[in-house]
Design a protein around this ligand. Structure first.
Ligand code: NIG
Ligand code: FE
Length: 387
């Protein structure tokens, strides 16, 4: 079954050399989706026939959002913690343990339903690729269950056994690092593509994080790091040292961190929803982009530091408060996310790409930042199938 989308007012292809500017924008464009992939891109006047036709009526069309950072395998919520923060309490990594207790007590079906609910919520808002981390189980059986359930539902699964040290290892953090790098990794690696560590004061230091990530690399996983979220620290430089696909958060950076990122292939994944929801300062996207760092935007959807799944919201905040241009933010939420996941089939709309398409109910991609909080999704296709 093929689908022709015609009369696209502006088509963001993210294809270098196609159309206008870095987003490769085509006007009066059309797209044919066939067999789950983009089969043809061109002008409406030249468009071939297809089984189904969608008239975009001058709307903007872009690649589905690539949300490269989310924690969806959990039970319960932490609205009270959020309310306390808004009355002046600081965000602390230790809040993770609240969700660990609730998650451990949940049945498989409850966890599965939670992931499904959030992935569906994301899809309705235009997100067509989702990365999902474990990290609320923190023992061998629970972490294995988390990555296994995530792998049933999302494209990209990350083993985050090193999220925090669980209460039962409070007196023996090194023993927990050994468990994560040994038995837990062996149980989780078959279900995951990525390994992640929360490298931060209150979670894991550089040596512990390196030990876990190197064990993961040896087991065939690819590294990514939660880095420099709550203060300056070694996370970003460790990510670069190990050739991580992404260093995520990057809120507190010294010049050496920016230089390290700029001279590497490691993407800086910024998560503005976290700073919004924790009242922390926003990361300095302008400084990173001007230094030549590749920047991605992601939601970090999780019950603690940011319970929003909206990539449009991330774009609006990044433009308003992080001095990104609307085009930089749109690129970061699509092609940037694909880079952070080392994917070449998503985050772009060229022939052969996966047919992940967001038809905006607006004439321009700028409306994503220009009309914050307003639902603007006209249609979403995931691998060619309308969501
Ligand atoms: O990315 N920083 C560590 N992990 C999550 C927060 C998880 C939580 O608070 O439950 C984050 O912000
Ligand atoms: Fe996170």
């Amino acid at each position: 079954m093929s689908t022709l989308i015609r009369n696209i007012g502006e088509l963001v292809t993210n294809e270098p050399g196609v159309g206008e500017g870095p987003l490769g924008v085509l006007r009066d464009a059309a797209l044919v989706l066939d067999g789950g992939a983009v089969a043809w891109v061109g002008s409406t006047a030249d468009a071939p026939e297809a089984d189904e036709v969608l008239d975009a009526a001058g709307r903007a069309v872009l690649p589905g959002f690539v949300d490269s950072h989310a924690h969806l395998v959990f039970a319960g919520e932490r609205a009270e913690e959020f309310a306390a923060r808004m009355s002046g309490q600081p965000y602390k990594a230790g809040g993770i343990r609240t969700t660990v207790a609730r998650t451990r007590a949940a049945g498989d079906d409850e966890l599965r339903a939670n992931v499904r609910r959030l992935v569906d919520e994301m899809a309705r808002q235009g997100t067509t690729t989702v990365e999902c981390k474990s990290g609320y189980g923190l023992d061998v059986e629970q972490e294995e269950r988390a990555v296994r359930i995530a792998a049933e539902i999302v494209d990209e699964v990350t083993f985050l056994g090193a999220h925090v040290v669980p209460a039962e290892y409070a007196d023996d953090p090194q023993g927990y690092v050994r468990l994560v790098s040994g038995e837990m990794l062996a149980a989780c690696a078959p279900h995951a593509r990525w390994i992640d560590v929360f490298c931060e004061r209150g979670a894991f230091d550089a040596d512990q994080a390196r030990e876990v990530l190197q064990a993961g690399i040896k087991a065939g996983l690819l590294p990514r790091v939660h880095a420099n979220q709550l203060g300056e620290g070694p996370g970003v430089r460790l990510a670069v040292e190990l050739g991580a696909a992404s260093a995520d958060h990057c809120t507190f950076l010294g010049d050496a961190d920016v230089d390290a990122l700029a001279s590497s292939e490691t993407v800086a994944t910024l998560l503005p929803g976290v700073e919004f929801s924790t009242r922390q300062p926003y990361p300095d996207a302008r400084r990173l982009i001007d230094a030549g760092v590749t920047v991605a935007l992601a939601s970090d959807c999780n019950p603690g530091s940011c319970y929003s799944s909206s990539m449009a919201f991330c774009i609006a905040v990044a433009v308003r408060d992080m001095r990104m241009t609307p085009d930089e933010a749109v690129w970061a939420a699509t092609a940037g996310g694909a880079r952070a996941l080392r994917r070449t089939d998503v985050g772009r709309l060229g022939e052969g790409a996966r047919a992940d398409v967001l038809v905006l109910d607006a004439p321009s991609r700028v409306h994503l930042a220009y009309r914050p909080g307003v639902p603007q999704v006209a249609a979403v296709f995931k691998a060619g199938v309308r969501v």
